[in-house]
Design a protein around this ligand. Structure first.
Ligand SMILES: [Zn+2]
Length: 507
């Protein structure tokens, strides 16, 4: 290995015995819907000679050289890291020469433990400190967003650099560069100039509304726009292939240019509000970027982006991690007409259909208060939360609903152990976390099958949707398709089934 620019530093404390950190399941317990990364989809995708992408909620990179394999980002949990390693072994029996972390976030580093035995882990010099000091806050955030927390030691990088590091492995040249602060202060890109491939980490986003920084961290896009300059630098490198940390592989630099323009437009739109001291809530009401309305707000959203800039400019922090909306007691009291739990639940359903999510949840709680011993009422609340979650922009926000639903399912099953609707939702929850845990779908599918006979008709569509997720995870794509179609036949408006079916097209 040769290096230039800044010095390599060896960190002897490689295996930091961090408290059990969690499966980083950041992204999606919730979403299952349009995800592409079920087990059978996680095969290495070649993007250039000897260069592969392991696609998932997080994209890992694999570079096979004559002097060993280089791995870029280690996935979000040890089971997924082991799957990545097994995939590498299908294309090469060379030893792992180096592992690279593009930044400190757990969704890119929680698999380090699997690779630490194999090779040194390289990252920016800020990365080990950020991994250590932010471990608990990250864990809190993941947990608050419904990501199952499992014990996984935090394994720190062992080799760090400041600006630039060049790995020369036989005739392969791998350039690691810290071009500036972007989503995180330690972000690096990995450039293979001879192969025309750049791994952008989370500095580069796919084709949806960009996530401009973790909502509960002091990082990400600032009014100074350093991130904008980094994207310009990447565009100047003109890589034919850019692999973002999440989302589809990019072969068109205009996607990055548009992301940069969005940041510039957002900064420009924020400026007058900040100058006039406009309150955050008012900015969120007024600031619109209609020219980007076509970008799906799945991980990132305009609301998060505004909060991000507001935070970095004023030091404001969201007072509560949860975004579950709440109606006031007065609003609930005013809306309820009858006294029976069934009447309240029916009103809750109506409120939800009219888009009044806070009121719907308040009415469900009122129903539970009428008869707190009945497990079925908690199950009905979980069902309502699940439906409400799909009306929410942004998968981060959806996590709040997942956490609340999980609690309601537990309460339901404590009171009525076999309650069908609660079992259905337990099964859906198990299936939704597979992309992160790497677990088998069998338990979730068994829960759903066991629930079917006792389910109200209105919940059957969700059951078939859940079974479709299970089949998809097993690689049984035809059965998955049939299950999603059956779900849509019962309930044409079932968003997750529609997204899942669309995701299967062309597979
Ligand atoms: Zn990420």
């Amino acid at each position: 290995m040769s290096q230039r620019g800044s010095g390599l530093k060896e960190d002897p404390g490689r295996l930091a015995p961090g408290p059990a950190l969690a499966g980083a399941l950041l992204l999606a317990t919730i979403l299952c819907g349009g995800m592409v990364n079920q087990a059978q989809a996680q095969r290495l995708v070649p993007v250039a000679d000897g260069v592969y992408v392991f696609p998932g909620n997080v994209n890992s990179g694999v570079v096979v050289t004559g002097r060993g394999v280089v791995v870029i980002d280690t996935q979000i949990s040890p089971p997924l890291a082991r799957r990545l390693l097994a995939e590498i072994r299908r294309v090469s029996d060379h030893p792992i020469a180096y592992v690279i972390n593009t930044h400190y976030h757990g969704d890119h580093t929680y698999g380090n433990v699997v690779f630490a035995r194999e090779a040194p882990i390289i990252a920016h010099e800020r990365t080990p400190g950020l991994m250590r000091s932010r471990e608990h806050r990250m864990k809190d955030f993941y947990e608050s967003r419904g990501f199952p927390v499992r014990s996984s030691p935090v394994v720190l990088p062992t080799l760090t650099f400041s600006d630039r590091l060049t790995l020369a492995l036989d005739d392969e040249v791998i350039e690691l560069r810290h071009l500036g602060k972007t989503e995180t202060d330690d972000a690096i890109v990995v450039h293979l100039p001879r192969k025309g491939v750049l791994f952008g980490g989370d500095t580069v986003r796919g084709r949806d509304f960009p996530m401009l920084g973790m909502p509960n961290m002091a990082e990400g896009l600032t009014m100074e726009g350093e991130w904008v300059r980094v994207l310009e630098e990447i565009e100047r490198l003109r890589p034919p292939v850019v692999v973002p940390g999440h989302g589809p592989i990019l072969r068109d630099l205009r996607v990055i240019a548009r992301q940069r323009a969005l940041m510039q437009d957002l900064i420009a739109a924020m400026r007058p509000f900040l100058a006039s001291g406009t309150p955050l809530a008012e900015i969120k009401r007024q600031l619109r970027l209609p020219q980007y309305a076509d970008l799906p707000q799945s991980w990132g959203s305009l609301e998060f982006a505004i909060e991000r800039l507001y935070h970095n400019e004023t030091g404001w922090l969201a007072p509560s991690v949860s975004r579950l909306p709440r109606a006031s007691a007065e609003q609930v009291a005013a809306a309820r007409s009858g006294g029976s739990p069934e009447a309240l639940l029916a009103e809750a359903r109506r409120a939800l259909q009219q888009g009044q999510v806070p009121l719907a949840l308040g009415l469900a709680d009122a129903a539970i208060m009428c008869a707190p011993g009945r497990g079925g009422l908690y199950a009905a609340k979980a069902d309502l939360l699940w439906d409400a979650a799909w009306r929410v922009f942004g998968r981060f926000d959806r996590g709040d609903y997942v956490v609340a639903a999980r609690r309601a399912i537990e309460e339901a099953l404590q009171r009525e152990p076999g309650e069908p609707l609660a079992r259905l939702h337990r099964g859906l929850d198990l299936l939704a976390t597979i992309p992160f845990t790497g677990q088998s779908p069998d338990e979730g599918m068994a829960e759903i099958r066991a629930s079917l006979a006792g389910l109200p008709q209105a919940a059957h569509a969700k059951a078939y949707y859940g079974l479709g997720l299970g089949h998809r995870a097993k690689g049984e794509l035809q059965q998955a398709r049939e299950a999603f179609e059956r779900a849509l036949g019962l309930e044409p408006g079932l968003t997750p089934a529609r997204e899942a079916l669309a995701g299967l097209q062309g597979r």
